[in-house]
Design a protein around this ligand. Sequence first.
Ligand code: FAD
Length: 397
Amino acid sequence: MDFAFTPAEERFRAELRAWLAENPPPEVVVPTVNGRSSEHPAAEAMLAWARQLARGRWLGLNWPAEYGGRGLGVIEQLIFYDEIAPFEPPQLGQMVSLGVVGPTLLRFGSAEQKRRFLPRILAAEDVWCLGFSEPGSGSDLASLRTVALPEGDGFRVNGQKIWTSHAMLAGWCLLLARSDPRAAKHHGLSALLLDLSLPGVEVRPIHNLVGEPHFAQLFLNDVVVPRECLVGAPGQGWTIVNGALEAERDLWVFEMYGELRVAMQRAIAYARRVAGGESPGQWDASRRDRLMQSFIELEILRLSGLRSITAALRGRPSPLDASRHKIFGSELGQRLSSLAVELEGPFALCVHGERRSPDHGLASYQYLTRRSSTLISGTSEVQRNILAQRALGLPRG
Ligand SMILES: Cc1cc2nc3c(=O)[nH]c(=O)nc-3n(C[C@H](O)[C@H](O)[C@H](O)COP(=O)(O)OP(=O)(O)OC[C@H]3O[C@@H](n4cnc5c(N)ncnc54)[C@H](O)[C@@H]3O)c2cc1C
């Protein structure tokens, strides 16, 4: 394995570093972890950051130049995550648009859909959300009941979606619905591009553990979607959405590693300060061991990510790596944030603006928000089932 970067990749890194020095990301204000809020400062910072990156042409690094991308490769994306992580930027608000919708349209979209939507995503003009999950249809997504029945030159959509991240900010939704109720479960589904301003669409916010309106329920009552908003062919929805989710999981390892590396550095710095103030023997050895263990696991995540990239670049991609990284990275993140809260002890309860808060409430914010990381985009249990069956050849659970 050769970890050296090429001169062109090093030039890319230098260009990005120079740009970041001039254009640092907006600061993320950690919300007070109590009560519900109709405001979502994290979301505003996220959108501002996406627009800033769009102006610098840092979005869609690997997308074709004809749609506004840079036509670069996966290594440049890795460098991108590596360089932005220490700035602790807002979450990349365009994650769904960039990580799922764009790759889906590039692979399955019509020429007209690509021309119409891709440049607007890269200019951070459109925000997209994913309308897949429904009450009762999450892990077993193919059981979904929202219908999109062919009618005239389009589809009439009725049903309900849930846990739709960032739907409050989005103008468009990649929707999975049943277009042929008589077909077998996985075969009667279609993927539609849904304009959320259409009559019959209602978006109701849902608040997460820290009180942010992170996601929403979508109520769809007699929404008429034109035929040109169908992606691929009718009945191809299951294949399209699986491709979309794979694209989303592929991004995890780089983004997650960057975030966890910074969280790890902060935990180590805090542990040093606390341990430094205690007499020898007083510092809890089990905490030291757990910190060390997380440090080792973080390095495993990095190396495993690099190994996957190397395999993919050599034409031998391993599709199951995404599931491994998703399980390992999300569970490591939860262990690390639990340890960070434990290290801070009662001071973890001090929120933004309080004098005694070691980190403006960041450790407890991350502890709470990372609870969902083992659920989102396919739960750990479901990912383990995938690995058990496809990697180990075990029978279905
Ligand atoms: C923060 C967050 C953001 C999300 N954003 C979106 C979004 O933007 N768009 C969207 O469509 N959805 C979104 N989701 C929904 C997410 O995809 C689902 O929560 C997830 O797929 C699990 O589905 P469920 O919640 O219905 O749980 P269920 O499927 O009901 O699962 C409940 C429990 O049973 C376990 N389980 C289920 N089936 C099996 C099995 N076969 N074997 C073993 N265990 C099993 C699960 O692992 C889980 O622990 C989001 C979820 C979260 C938490």
